[in-house]
Design a protein around this ligand. Structure first.
Ligand SMILES: [Zn+2]
Length: 85
């Protein structure tokens, strides 16, 4: 895996997300990433050149976030912790 570069671009210290049901702070989200392929003369896939070369779309408040503990799923904004109290 070569995802360490991605993991360092987390949202820690910017926005706190937490499951509104159980309070867990790990979620399953879908990131859109670019991947470099080796292709043949007809453009057919042969093999991956790199696990992930670029993040096209980082999971945000409009994506579906699913709690990794209890499975509760909702838009990311529903997982934002209230910080105005
Ligand atoms: Zn949960």
């Amino acid at each position: 895996m070569s995802l360490s570069a991605i993991e360092t671009r987390g949202v820690d210290g910017m926005i706190d997300y937490a499951c509104p049901k159980c309070g867990h702070d790990r979620f399953q989200v879908t990131a859109h990433v670019a991947q470099d392929w080796l292709v043949g003369a007809n453009g057919e896939f042969l093999e991956t050149m790199e696990e992930c070369s670029q993040v096209v779309h980082w999971p945000d408040d409009d994506d579906v976030w699913v709690c990794a503990r209890c499975g509760h799923g909702n838009a990311g904004k529903a997982f934002k912790e209230e910080t105005n109290g």
